[in-house]
Design a protein around this ligand. Structure first.
Ligand code: BGC
Length: 508
């Protein structure tokens, strides 16, 4: 049984050359910076929610509880209202990502990035100047709308701009910027934690990454596919010439994009209906399963609450923030590993290796916590043991950084045919946000109730997703976007769903 690997295709003969041009690299770096705002936000919220002046102003009940935290180390930060501060962003993001699909069809991917960045900018300003919880939540809703748009448009943009041979590497740029945003935010939190208005700086300075990415998006051309989709053929040709280089075979690539677009238009189908057709079942399953699984690796629990978590397991306030920075740096470095090998070893290899590593680390963390804090979590953990927990978490973060982190943006952006690509990515981002919301809303109570068992819960999910990848995810490395249908046709399970599309040499 060929479970999924070893697929080196170019069935329709569409490689279009694999040359990497400086223009393509620069365009992708600029576009990938769309990940900055998402990462900054992820990194900032965890730290801000441990800042005393912030808690005193908005969530005084959490501080009162922390004062008598002697009894159970897992329960200190279990507050629904504090959690809703963090997670309100995700509900807004979910709505925005679904809207983004339609808007991109009308306005193009580039403009969606610009709009997303601008809304995020306003949200950051409101948060920095917040005087009450309502302002805080309003700011976060705007941030959510912003990242909903940018997370929908950026990964597809990257996959459409990249030469197929290097699509994986280019696409990991998005996760790299997310990781960078996390680290910058963590460092900033550390720097301002002692200031009484530190939280205002942390929240307000989100305007900087928003400005960077918005200006960057204004400077780049839209992707050729998106231009063709909107009937701007000449601009698409220019955009292709720029990113592929004048000497490459851009006319063939353009002709195929036009053909795909015409067929799509002739069908006049509603993408959100089409995507539920039986022939797109494998795509839809991936668009839902991949982001869901990414979240149940437990990564955000570690990212949002790393400082909180380290405090609860015995590291002091300062060292908790440092621990979060270390974790972020490890994650960042490991994304580069993925950039280096994702187009050589393939997506499946990274998923399977990373998943196994993450599983082992979480089981180890759970065992350690069970042993040193006691089954009911009443014993305090020593500094040395807390550092060991940190080491395991770093190995876990590295595993995530080269597997589920970047690949969960890459896979949904590359598996869909043009006519439902935007809808597919929207669904994927919405599932990502919905799952993040539910998990962040429940994690602190879960940690409080299940204690070290919470980590076993995520380890269990990682085991399931690794088996899922092994059996059900076909290898997509190097396959041009418009030949992608072949990976499903040749897959031992999914082939029964897809119509044989090889006859017209192209997937629409
Ligand atoms: C995930 C986020 C996560 C981040 C961590 C992203 O790919 O979607 O939920 O917080 O990686 O770096």
């Amino acid at each position: 049984m060929a479970v999924g690997g070893g697929f080196a295709v170019d069935g329709a003969g569409n490689t279009y050359g694999g040359r990497i041009t400086p223009a393509a690299v620069i365009t992708c770096i600029v576009a990938a910076s769309g990940g900055l705002i998402f990462g900054y936000d992820i990194g900032i919220s965890g730290g801000v929610t441990t800042m005393r002046p912030f808690l005193q102003k908005f969530f005084p009940s959490v501080l009162r509880k922390a004062a008598d935290a002697k009894t159970n180390v897992y329960c200190v930060y279990d507050s629904q209202i504090l959690t809703s501060f963090t997670s309100s962003l995700y509900i807004a993001g979910l709505v925005a990502s679904l809207l983004a699909s339609r808007l991109t069809a009308a306005l193009g991917r580039k403009n969606i990035m610009v709009i997303g960045g601008t809304i995020f900018f306003v949200g950051a300003a409101i948060n920095g100047g917040a005087e009450n919880v309502a302002m805080l939540i309003l700011g976060r809703i705007l941030l959510g709308l912003g990242v909903g748009f940018t997370n929908q448009a950026t990964p597809i943009y990257l996959s459409e701009i990249a030469p197929s041979k290097w699509r994986g590497a280019f696409n990991t740029g998005f996760q790299f910027f997310i990781g960078m945003g996390v680290v910058v935010a963590n460092c900033l939190n550390f720097g301002v934690a002692k200031m009484s208005y530190g939280w205002r700086l942390s929240l307000g300075l989100a305007m900087v990454p928003a400005a960077i990415m918005t200006l960057g998006a204004l400077l780049i051309n839209d992707s050729p596919s998106s231009l063709v989709e909107r009937g701007k053929i000449d601009r698409a040709r220019k955009s292709l010439a720029k990113i592929r280089g004048n000497d490459s075979n851009i006319e063939d690539e353009l002709a195929n994009l036009v053909k795909s677009s015409e067929k799509t238009k002739a069908m006049n189908n509603e993408p959100f209906v089409t995507i539920f057709e039986r022939q797109y079942r494998p795509h839809l399953v991936m668009a839902i399963a991949i982001p869901f699984f990414q979240q149940v690796t437990g990564i955000n629990i570690i990212a949002f609450y790393a400082p909180v978590l380290f405090q609860s397991v015995g590291l002091g306030n300062d060292s908790s923030l440092i621990a979060a920075i270390i974790l972020g740096l490890v994650n960042l470095g490991s994304i580069l590993v993925s950039t280096g090998i994702v187009d050589r070893f393939g997506r499946r290899f990274l998923f399977l290796q990373g998943g196994t590593q993450m599983f082992l680390c979480l089981v180890s963390v759970a065992c350690m916590l069970a042993i040193v804090t006691g089954v009911d979590g009443t014993k305090h953990i020593s500094q040395g043991k807390a550092i060991l927990v940190l080491v395991f978490m770093c190995i876990y973060a590295a595993g995530f950084g080269w597997s589920w982190g970047p690949l969960s943006w890459l896979i949904p952006s590359e598996i869909f045919p043009m006519k439902i690509r935007s809808a597919g990515q929207s669904i994927s981002v919405a599932v990502n946000f919905a799952t993040t919301f539910v998990l962040s809303q429940t994690f602190l109570s879960m940690l409080c109730k299940f204690k070290f068992g919470a980590f076993l819960f995520y380890a269990g999910w990682i085991a399931i997703m690794t088996v899922f990848i092994f059996f059900l995810l076909p290898e997509t490395k190097g396959v041009p976007l418009d030949s992608m249908y072949q990976v499903w046709e040749q897959h031992w399970y999914w082939r029964r769903f897809v119509k044989n599309q090889s006859y017209n040499g192209q997937n629409i």
